[in-house]
Design a protein around this ligand. Structure first.
Ligand code: FAD
Length: 405
């Protein structure tokens, strides 16, 4: 990490006692999504009478715990278009914010180990191409050229039969993304208040008109819940039951690997994905814990299973050691797609269902939610992801693209 660049970021916090009585918008949650909404409201719509209330520290939720993969190689058109837009916003984010978020385009291999898998990856490439994402089907010799460290025999059990190759797959430093949005929003007058939990919602009739914090009540024209794995607690305060379950997701990094591992590799059959960090560590993630919970515990069983599967395809991992392991709690939706927009309760919006895939969506999710708040109409790009899709039987099933289930 470059300490010089690190010192350039200027975060001017609002103290809880300095909060105003009323704001145009109060955002619950100082993760990537909450801060990006504030940033785009201020930069695109001139709305800066905004408070972002964070119970801990910004980026302390999933936005600072993820494996930083950015991609748009989803399986359904609505998702591909949305995530492709987010990829493009990420590509311009450093220029836009003037902050180095360590964005790096690496390409992503999504491996197939069976005839069925090959068909699925061919279909993914077709859907992606039709919807504007750069994905092609590649054969085993081509895969060997892209990622020479892969054992194409898969340890004799999981032979690599092909893959979809998503050229614009990328990574970015997660906490720097959060800080860039926070700084940009604060520079335009947004109040970002840490250690300020929302403990209740203010109601007037059917309308949500503000929030309660230990430091007092704050009124708002619009309240947005961007609370990650804790969203159901906030929704309950509004009397709203969301189709969300919170599941822990773990990840780990190894010590430094000297060779260049330039690509992101994912196998949805073996349920793991790997990339190399700027420090040279191998960063590995896998499936969610099956049991819903809010537990941040990280366990040996996970590391053992996940490392075993990863070593099947990447045998060099055997020579590395695990340095750190951690957990986040993910807001999983039943169809593996996000939920953005209106809730049916006046004055109360949500951005949730980001599960194990929401880091890549921070720019587009923030930008589109800001448009909805400023213009009062749901933008076409996020209209399919509304909460009422479940009542209308218009779910957006895309489990095969989550890579973590
Ligand atoms: C291990 C792991 C790996 C992942 N890998 C990837 C990946 O490679 N690519 C990808 O796209 N996504 C990935 N994700 C998912 C991604 O991290 C999340 O979807 C994304 O960060 C969600 O952002 P958010 O702003 O909605 O939530 P968060 O970042 O969790 O922010 C929500 C914030 O709300 C705060 N909050 C909650 N309740 C309250 C309250 N009552 N009052 C005030 N504040 C409150 C929390 O403290 C938190 O800071 C991964 C997640 C994990 C855990």
């Amino acid at each position: 990490m470059n300490e010089y660049v690190e010192r350039q970021i200027v975060l001017r916090w609002a103290a809880p006692e300095s909060l105003r009585d009323a704001y145009d918008v109060v955002i619950i949650g100082g993760g990537g999504h909450g801060l990006a909404i504030a940033y785009y409201l201020a930069t695109r719509h001139g709305i800066s009478k905004i408070a972002v209330l964070e119970q801990g520290y910004i980026g302390g939720g999933n936005s600072g715990r993820n494996t930083t993969v950015i991609r748009a190689n989803y399986g359904i058109p609505e998702a591909v278009r949305f995530y492709q837009h987010s990829i493009e916003l990420y590509q311009r984010l450093e220029e836009e914010t003037g902050r180095w978020v360590m964005h790096q385009q690496k390409g992503l291999l999504w491996l197939a180990h069976s005839e069925l898998g090959v068909r699925a990856e061919r279909a993914r490439a077709e859907v992606n191409t039709a919807c504007g994402a750069k994905t092609t089907f590649v054969t085993p010799p081509e895969i060997a050229d892209i990622c020479p460290q892969l054992d194409l025999d898969g340890g004799g059990s999981w032979p690599v039969r092909g893959a979809s190759y998503h050229a614009e797959g990328a990574t970015a430093r997660h906490d720097r993304v959060v800080w860039a949005y926070a700084e940009g929003a604060m520079q335009r007058g947004v109040h970002v208040c840490q250690r300020t939990p929302v403990v209740g919602l203010l109601r007037e009739g059917d309308r949500v008109v503000g929030v309660e914090t230990p430091a007092g009540c704050v009124h708002a024209g619009v309240v947005v819940a961007a609370a990650g794995g804790h969203v159901t607690t906030i929704a309950n305060m509004a009397g709203l039951r969301l189709p969300i379950r919170t599941h822990p997701l773990q990840a780990f990094v190894t010590n430094h690997y000297q060779q260049q591992f330039d690509t992101i590799v994912a196998s949805s059959d073996l349920l793991f994905y790997a990339s190399q960090t700027a420090r040279g560590e191998m960063l590995i993630g896998a499936e969610i814990d099956r049991q819903p919970s809010y537990a941040y515990r990280a366990g040996h069983r996970f590391v053992q299973h996940c490392a075993h599967r990863a070593m099947t395809l990447l045998p060099f991992l055997r020579d590395l050691r695990i340095l750190r392991q951690w957990t986040g709690v993910c807001d999983m939706s039943p169809d593996y797609s996000p939920i953005m927009g209106e809730t049916g309760i006046d004055g109360f919006l949500i951005t949730t269902g980001w599960g194990t895939w929401g880091f890549k969506a921070i720019p587009a999710g923030g930008e589109q939610m800001a448009r909805l708040i400023a213009e009062g109409e749901t933008p076409a790009l996020i209209a399919p992801f509304s909460l009422d899709r479940f009542a209308r039987d218009r779910t957006l099933a895309d489990r095969g693209s989550a890579g973590t289930h």
